[in-house]
Write a protein that binds this ligand. Structure first.
Ligand SMILES: Nc1ncnc2c1ncn2[C@@H]1O[C@H](COP(=O)(O)OP(=O)(O)OP(=O)(O)O)[C@@H](O)[C@H]1O
Ligand code: NI
Length: 347
Protein backbone atom coordinates (compact mmCIF):
# COMPACT_ATOMS: atom_id res chain seq x y z
CA UNK A 1 0.00 0.00 0.00
CA UNK A 2 1.44 3.34 -0.97
CA UNK A 3 1.73 6.14 1.55
CA UNK A 4 -1.01 8.75 1.41
CA UNK A 5 0.13 11.96 -0.31
CA UNK A 6 0.75 15.01 1.89
CA UNK A 7 -1.52 17.10 -0.32
CA UNK A 8 -4.34 15.94 -2.51
CA UNK A 9 -6.14 18.54 -4.59
CA UNK A 10 -9.24 17.60 -6.56
CA UNK A 11 -11.39 19.75 -8.80
CA UNK A 12 -9.76 22.93 -7.51
CA UNK A 13 -11.60 25.86 -9.08
CA UNK A 14 -11.12 29.55 -8.41
CA UNK A 15 -13.37 32.17 -9.89
CA UNK A 16 -13.18 35.93 -9.56
CA UNK A 17 -16.12 38.24 -9.88
CA UNK A 18 -15.03 41.10 -12.13
CA UNK A 19 -16.80 44.02 -13.80
CA UNK A 20 -16.67 42.10 -17.07
CA UNK A 21 -18.08 38.85 -15.73
CA UNK A 22 -16.89 35.75 -13.94
CA UNK A 23 -13.22 35.03 -14.53
CA UNK A 24 -12.22 31.39 -14.01
CA UNK A 25 -8.53 31.49 -13.16
CA UNK A 26 -8.27 27.83 -12.15
CA UNK A 27 -10.75 25.46 -13.70
CA UNK A 28 -11.06 22.13 -11.94
CA UNK A 29 -7.49 20.93 -11.55
CA UNK A 30 -6.23 17.87 -9.68
CA UNK A 31 -2.79 17.14 -8.31
CA UNK A 32 -1.05 15.37 -5.45
CA UNK A 33 2.20 16.05 -3.66
CA UNK A 34 3.97 13.19 -1.94
CA UNK A 35 5.87 13.64 1.27
CA UNK A 36 9.38 14.90 0.73
CA UNK A 37 8.79 15.50 -2.97
CA UNK A 38 8.78 18.60 -5.15
CA UNK A 39 5.96 19.29 -7.55
CA UNK A 40 6.47 22.02 -10.13
CA UNK A 41 3.48 23.90 -11.47
CA UNK A 42 4.62 25.35 -14.78
CA UNK A 43 2.97 27.38 -17.52
CA UNK A 44 3.01 30.78 -19.18
CA UNK A 45 2.17 33.97 -17.35
CA UNK A 46 -1.55 34.10 -16.61
CA UNK A 47 -2.07 30.31 -16.64
CA UNK A 48 -3.40 30.35 -13.08
CA UNK A 49 -0.38 28.95 -11.25
CA UNK A 50 -0.29 31.58 -8.52
CA UNK A 51 -4.03 31.51 -8.02
CA UNK A 52 -3.93 27.69 -7.81
CA UNK A 53 -1.13 27.73 -5.24
CA UNK A 54 -2.82 30.45 -3.21
CA UNK A 55 -6.16 28.66 -3.32
CA UNK A 56 -4.76 25.71 -1.35
CA UNK A 57 -4.83 27.60 1.95
CA UNK A 58 -7.18 30.26 0.55
CA UNK A 59 -4.77 33.15 0.84
CA UNK A 60 -6.21 34.20 -2.50
CA UNK A 61 -8.48 37.22 -1.84
CA UNK A 62 -12.05 36.03 -1.25
CA UNK A 63 -13.98 38.02 -2.35
CA UNK A 64 -13.54 38.76 -5.22
CA UNK A 65 -12.30 35.16 -5.47
CA UNK A 66 -14.27 32.04 -4.69
CA UNK A 67 -12.53 28.72 -4.22
CA UNK A 68 -14.20 25.34 -4.63
CA UNK A 69 -13.08 21.73 -4.90
CA UNK A 70 -11.34 19.53 -2.41
CA UNK A 71 -7.99 20.11 -0.72
CA UNK A 72 -6.89 17.34 1.60
CA UNK A 73 -3.78 18.18 3.58
CA UNK A 74 -2.25 15.38 5.64
CA UNK A 75 -5.55 13.54 5.62
CA UNK A 76 -7.65 16.57 6.60
CA UNK A 77 -10.12 18.26 4.29
CA UNK A 78 -9.04 21.86 4.65
CA UNK A 79 -11.59 23.38 2.29
CA UNK A 80 -14.21 22.84 4.97
CA UNK A 81 -12.16 24.58 7.65
CA UNK A 82 -13.09 27.90 9.20
CA UNK A 83 -10.92 30.97 8.65
CA UNK A 84 -9.39 30.60 12.12
CA UNK A 85 -8.56 26.91 11.64
CA UNK A 86 -7.03 27.73 8.27
CA UNK A 87 -4.93 30.46 9.83
CA UNK A 88 -3.27 27.77 11.93
CA UNK A 89 -2.22 25.94 8.78
CA UNK A 90 -1.09 28.92 6.71
CA UNK A 91 2.17 30.29 7.89
CA UNK A 92 2.42 27.11 9.96
CA UNK A 93 2.39 23.68 8.40
CA UNK A 94 2.19 25.33 4.99
CA UNK A 95 4.61 28.22 4.37
CA UNK A 96 4.92 30.53 1.38
CA UNK A 97 7.90 32.16 -0.28
CA UNK A 98 7.20 34.75 -2.96
CA UNK A 99 9.01 36.31 -5.88
CA UNK A 100 9.94 39.66 -4.38
CA UNK A 101 11.50 39.37 -0.94
CA UNK A 102 11.72 43.15 -0.60
CA UNK A 103 7.93 43.34 -0.61
CA UNK A 104 7.69 40.87 2.25
CA UNK A 105 10.47 42.24 4.47
CA UNK A 106 9.89 45.33 6.56
CA UNK A 107 12.51 47.99 5.74
CA UNK A 108 12.26 49.55 9.18
CA UNK A 109 13.37 46.58 11.25
CA UNK A 110 16.51 44.50 11.32
CA UNK A 111 16.35 41.07 9.75
CA UNK A 112 17.00 39.51 13.16
CA UNK A 113 14.11 41.41 14.74
CA UNK A 114 11.78 40.14 12.01
CA UNK A 115 12.84 36.52 12.38
CA UNK A 116 12.65 36.70 16.19
CA UNK A 117 9.18 38.21 15.87
CA UNK A 118 8.10 35.37 13.57
CA UNK A 119 9.49 32.77 15.97
CA UNK A 120 7.75 34.30 18.98
CA UNK A 121 4.48 34.71 17.09
CA UNK A 122 4.58 31.03 16.25
CA UNK A 123 5.51 30.02 19.79
CA UNK A 124 4.93 32.67 22.48
CA UNK A 125 6.75 30.53 25.07
CA UNK A 126 10.11 31.02 23.37
CA UNK A 127 12.23 33.67 25.11
CA UNK A 128 13.86 36.48 23.18
CA UNK A 129 17.29 34.92 23.78
CA UNK A 130 16.17 31.48 22.58
CA UNK A 131 14.52 33.05 19.57
CA UNK A 132 17.74 34.90 18.69
CA UNK A 133 19.71 31.69 18.87
CA UNK A 134 17.16 29.93 16.71
CA UNK A 135 17.27 32.84 14.24
CA UNK A 136 21.05 32.47 13.93
CA UNK A 137 20.63 28.77 13.30
CA UNK A 138 18.00 29.41 10.63
CA UNK A 139 20.11 32.03 8.87
CA UNK A 140 23.07 29.64 8.85
CA UNK A 141 20.85 26.88 7.48
CA UNK A 142 19.91 29.07 4.54
CA UNK A 143 23.54 29.88 3.86
CA UNK A 144 23.85 33.43 5.22
CA UNK A 145 27.50 33.81 6.24
CA UNK A 146 28.28 35.32 9.67
CA UNK A 147 24.69 34.78 10.67
CA UNK A 148 25.13 36.08 14.24
CA UNK A 149 26.51 39.41 13.03
CA UNK A 150 24.03 39.74 10.16
CA UNK A 151 21.09 39.50 12.55
CA UNK A 152 21.37 43.21 13.32
CA UNK A 153 21.51 44.32 9.71
CA UNK A 154 18.57 45.91 7.92
CA UNK A 155 17.07 44.36 4.77
CA UNK A 156 18.73 46.95 2.49
CA UNK A 157 22.12 45.66 3.65
CA UNK A 158 21.36 42.30 2.03
CA UNK A 159 21.64 41.52 -1.69
CA UNK A 160 18.61 40.22 -3.61
CA UNK A 161 19.73 36.62 -3.26
CA UNK A 162 20.46 37.04 0.45
CA UNK A 163 17.05 38.62 0.99
CA UNK A 164 15.47 35.58 -0.62
CA UNK A 165 17.53 33.40 1.75
CA UNK A 166 16.15 35.43 4.65
CA UNK A 167 12.61 34.90 3.37
CA UNK A 168 13.25 31.17 3.16
CA UNK A 169 14.57 31.26 6.74
CA UNK A 170 11.35 32.99 7.82
CA UNK A 171 9.31 30.32 6.05
CA UNK A 172 11.24 27.65 7.96
CA UNK A 173 10.42 29.16 11.37
CA UNK A 174 7.36 26.93 11.75
CA UNK A 175 9.08 23.83 10.42
CA UNK A 176 6.47 23.50 7.66
CA UNK A 177 5.47 20.23 5.98
CA UNK A 178 4.82 22.03 2.72
CA UNK A 179 6.73 24.98 1.32
CA UNK A 180 4.97 26.82 -1.50
CA UNK A 181 7.54 28.78 -3.48
CA UNK A 182 6.05 31.06 -6.14
CA UNK A 183 8.70 32.13 -8.67
CA UNK A 184 11.22 32.47 -5.82
CA UNK A 185 14.15 32.92 -8.21
CA UNK A 186 12.54 34.86 -11.04
CA UNK A 187 13.78 38.25 -9.84
CA UNK A 188 17.36 37.00 -9.37
CA UNK A 189 20.20 36.71 -11.83
CA UNK A 190 21.02 33.29 -13.21
CA UNK A 191 23.93 32.39 -10.92
CA UNK A 192 22.02 33.39 -7.80
CA UNK A 193 18.97 31.54 -9.12
CA UNK A 194 20.97 28.33 -9.24
CA UNK A 195 22.23 28.88 -5.69
CA UNK A 196 18.71 29.37 -4.35
CA UNK A 197 17.50 26.25 -6.15
CA UNK A 198 20.35 24.27 -4.57
CA UNK A 199 19.48 25.75 -1.22
CA UNK A 200 15.86 24.64 -1.56
CA UNK A 201 17.02 21.11 -2.27
CA UNK A 202 19.33 21.12 0.75
CA UNK A 203 16.75 22.42 3.19
CA UNK A 204 14.11 20.13 1.76
CA UNK A 205 16.17 17.19 3.01
CA UNK A 206 17.12 18.79 6.28
CA UNK A 207 13.60 19.95 7.13
CA UNK A 208 11.88 16.97 5.50
CA UNK A 209 9.42 19.10 3.54
CA UNK A 210 7.41 18.81 0.39
CA UNK A 211 7.71 21.72 -2.02
CA UNK A 212 5.19 23.16 -4.45
CA UNK A 213 7.34 25.16 -6.83
CA UNK A 214 5.56 27.60 -9.13
CA UNK A 215 7.38 28.88 -12.19
CA UNK A 216 6.80 30.04 -15.76
CA UNK A 217 10.32 28.84 -16.61
CA UNK A 218 10.52 25.22 -17.66
CA UNK A 219 14.29 25.66 -17.60
CA UNK A 220 14.44 25.65 -13.80
CA UNK A 221 12.03 22.73 -13.48
CA UNK A 222 14.43 19.99 -14.58
CA UNK A 223 16.81 20.64 -11.73
CA UNK A 224 14.31 20.73 -8.90
CA UNK A 225 11.13 18.79 -9.74
CA UNK A 226 10.13 15.25 -8.95
CA UNK A 227 6.73 15.75 -10.51
CA UNK A 228 5.55 18.32 -13.05
CA UNK A 229 2.09 19.70 -13.78
CA UNK A 230 1.87 21.79 -16.95
CA UNK A 231 -0.93 24.32 -16.71
CA UNK A 232 -2.47 26.45 -19.41
CA UNK A 233 -5.42 28.82 -19.08
CA UNK A 234 -6.63 27.29 -15.83
CA UNK A 235 -6.41 23.66 -16.98
CA UNK A 236 -3.86 20.87 -16.76
CA UNK A 237 -2.36 20.06 -20.16
CA UNK A 238 0.08 17.37 -19.11
CA UNK A 239 1.48 15.85 -15.95
CA UNK A 240 4.18 13.39 -15.11
CA UNK A 241 7.46 12.65 -13.47
CA UNK A 242 10.25 15.04 -14.39
CA UNK A 243 11.83 12.44 -16.69
CA UNK A 244 8.55 11.74 -18.44
CA UNK A 245 8.03 15.43 -19.11
CA UNK A 246 11.53 16.19 -20.35
CA UNK A 247 12.29 12.92 -22.16
CA UNK A 248 8.85 12.40 -23.60
CA UNK A 249 7.02 15.75 -23.72
CA UNK A 250 3.67 14.96 -25.27
CA UNK A 251 1.22 17.84 -25.25
CA UNK A 252 1.84 20.33 -28.07
CA UNK A 253 1.86 23.02 -25.36
CA UNK A 254 4.60 21.33 -23.34
CA UNK A 255 6.57 20.76 -26.52
CA UNK A 256 6.14 24.41 -27.49
CA UNK A 257 7.33 25.53 -24.04
CA UNK A 258 10.44 23.38 -24.45
CA UNK A 259 11.05 24.93 -27.88
CA UNK A 260 11.17 28.32 -26.15
CA UNK A 261 14.04 27.41 -23.84
CA UNK A 262 17.35 29.20 -24.46
CA UNK A 263 19.14 27.78 -27.48
CA UNK A 264 15.97 26.26 -28.93
CA UNK A 265 14.05 27.15 -32.08
CA UNK A 266 11.57 29.59 -30.53
CA UNK A 267 13.76 30.92 -27.74
CA UNK A 268 13.62 34.47 -29.08
CA UNK A 269 9.94 34.88 -29.79
CA UNK A 270 8.11 32.47 -27.47
CA UNK A 271 4.94 30.66 -28.45
CA UNK A 272 3.07 32.70 -31.08
CA UNK A 273 -0.28 34.06 -29.95
CA UNK A 274 -1.55 34.69 -26.47
CA UNK A 275 -3.67 33.13 -23.73
CA UNK A 276 -7.43 33.07 -24.23
CA UNK A 277 -9.66 35.25 -22.11
CA UNK A 278 -10.29 33.54 -18.77
CA UNK A 279 -13.74 35.13 -18.78
CA UNK A 280 -14.73 33.53 -22.05
CA UNK A 281 -12.44 30.58 -22.76
CA UNK A 282 -12.66 28.67 -26.05
CA UNK A 283 -14.45 25.32 -26.34
CA UNK A 284 -12.40 22.16 -26.47
CA UNK A 285 -8.72 22.24 -25.63
CA UNK A 286 -7.76 25.64 -24.26
CA UNK A 287 -4.58 25.54 -26.30
CA UNK A 288 -6.29 24.71 -29.61
CA UNK A 289 -6.40 28.32 -30.89
CA UNK A 290 -2.57 28.45 -30.72
CA UNK A 291 -1.86 24.83 -31.55
CA UNK A 292 -0.19 23.90 -34.83
CA UNK A 293 -1.94 20.54 -34.79
CA UNK A 294 -5.50 21.45 -33.82
CA UNK A 295 -8.23 19.63 -35.70
CA UNK A 296 -11.96 20.17 -35.53
CA UNK A 297 -12.40 17.81 -32.56
CA UNK A 298 -9.90 19.89 -30.56
CA UNK A 299 -12.23 22.87 -30.74
CA UNK A 300 -15.39 21.23 -29.41
CA UNK A 301 -16.65 20.16 -26.00
CA UNK A 302 -14.55 20.44 -22.87
CA UNK A 303 -10.82 20.15 -22.26
CA UNK A 304 -10.05 16.55 -23.38
CA UNK A 305 -9.85 13.99 -20.55
CA UNK A 306 -6.31 13.09 -19.50
CA UNK A 307 -5.05 10.06 -21.40
CA UNK A 308 -2.55 7.93 -19.46
CA UNK A 309 0.67 7.41 -21.43
CA UNK A 310 2.47 5.47 -18.73
CA UNK A 311 2.11 4.85 -15.03
CA UNK A 312 3.23 8.36 -14.17
CA UNK A 313 2.40 10.38 -17.25
CA UNK A 314 -0.85 11.72 -18.70
CA UNK A 315 -1.80 14.20 -21.37
CA UNK A 316 -4.98 16.13 -22.15
CA UNK A 317 -4.85 16.13 -25.94
CA UNK A 318 -7.23 14.76 -28.56
CA UNK A 319 -4.34 13.35 -30.60
CA UNK A 320 -3.59 10.80 -27.89
CA UNK A 321 -7.13 9.50 -27.78
CA UNK A 322 -8.04 6.21 -29.37
CA UNK A 323 -8.40 6.49 -33.12
CA UNK A 324 -5.92 9.37 -33.47
CA UNK A 325 -2.26 9.29 -34.41
CA UNK A 326 -0.09 10.98 -31.78
CA UNK A 327 2.97 10.94 -34.04
CA UNK A 328 1.39 13.96 -35.76
CA UNK A 329 2.04 16.18 -32.75
CA UNK A 330 5.35 14.56 -31.88
CA UNK A 331 7.14 15.60 -35.02
CA UNK A 332 7.62 11.93 -35.95
CA UNK A 333 7.03 11.19 -39.61
CA UNK A 334 4.36 8.56 -40.07
CA UNK A 335 4.81 6.01 -42.80
CA UNK A 336 3.03 6.79 -46.02
CA UNK A 337 1.80 10.06 -44.63
CA UNK A 338 2.60 13.03 -46.76
CA UNK A 339 1.32 15.58 -44.28
CA UNK A 340 4.30 17.51 -42.99
CA UNK A 341 4.71 16.96 -39.30
CA UNK A 342 5.50 20.13 -37.51
CA UNK A 343 3.16 21.89 -39.56
CA UNK A 344 0.18 23.41 -40.88
CA UNK A 345 -1.42 26.20 -38.95
CA UNK A 346 -5.11 25.95 -39.34
CA UNK A 347 -6.07 29.58 -38.90
N1 LIG B 1 -7.51 39.15 -7.56
C1 LIG B 1 -7.81 38.86 -8.83
N2 LIG B 1 -8.93 39.35 -9.40
C2 LIG B 1 -9.25 39.07 -10.68
N3 LIG B 1 -8.51 38.29 -11.48
C3 LIG B 1 -7.38 37.77 -10.98
C4 LIG B 1 -6.97 38.04 -9.64
N4 LIG B 1 -5.79 37.39 -9.41
C5 LIG B 1 -5.49 36.75 -10.57
N5 LIG B 1 -6.44 36.98 -11.52
C6 LIG B 1 -6.45 36.46 -12.90
O1 LIG B 1 -6.32 35.06 -12.83
C7 LIG B 1 -5.58 34.56 -13.95
C8 LIG B 1 -4.45 33.70 -13.45
O2 LIG B 1 -3.47 34.51 -12.79
P1 LIG B 1 -2.20 33.95 -12.04
O3 LIG B 1 -1.58 35.07 -11.32
O4 LIG B 1 -2.58 32.75 -11.25
O5 LIG B 1 -1.28 33.49 -13.25
P2 LIG B 1 0.20 32.88 -13.17
O6 LIG B 1 0.14 31.59 -13.93
O7 LIG B 1 0.64 32.83 -11.76
O8 LIG B 1 1.04 33.93 -14.01
P3 LIG B 1 2.50 34.58 -13.72
O9 LIG B 1 3.50 33.63 -14.32
O10 LIG B 1 2.44 35.88 -14.44
O11 LIG B 1 2.67 34.75 -12.25
C9 LIG B 1 -5.14 35.80 -14.73
O12 LIG B 1 -6.01 35.98 -15.80
C10 LIG B 1 -5.26 36.91 -13.71
O13 LIG B 1 -5.53 38.14 -14.34
NI1 NI C 1 2.14 33.79 -10.74
Amino acid sequence: MSEEPLLKVEGLTTEFTTDNGTLTAVDGIDFEINRGETLCLVGESGSGKTVASESITRIVPTPPGEVSGSVVFDGQEITAMSESELRGIRGGRVAHVFQNPQDALNHCYTVGWQIVEAIQTHDPDVTKQEARERAIELLSDVGVANAAARLDDYPHEFSGGQKQRVMIAMALVTNPDLLIADEPTTALDVTVQAQILNLLEDIQDKYDMSILFVTHDLGVVAGIADEVVVMYAGKVMERGGVHEIFDNPSHPYTRALLECLPGKARSAEGIPGSLPSPINPPDGCRFAPRCDYAVEECRAGDQPPEEPLSENHAVSCVHYQQGYDPSVVRGEATQGDDATAGGVTSD
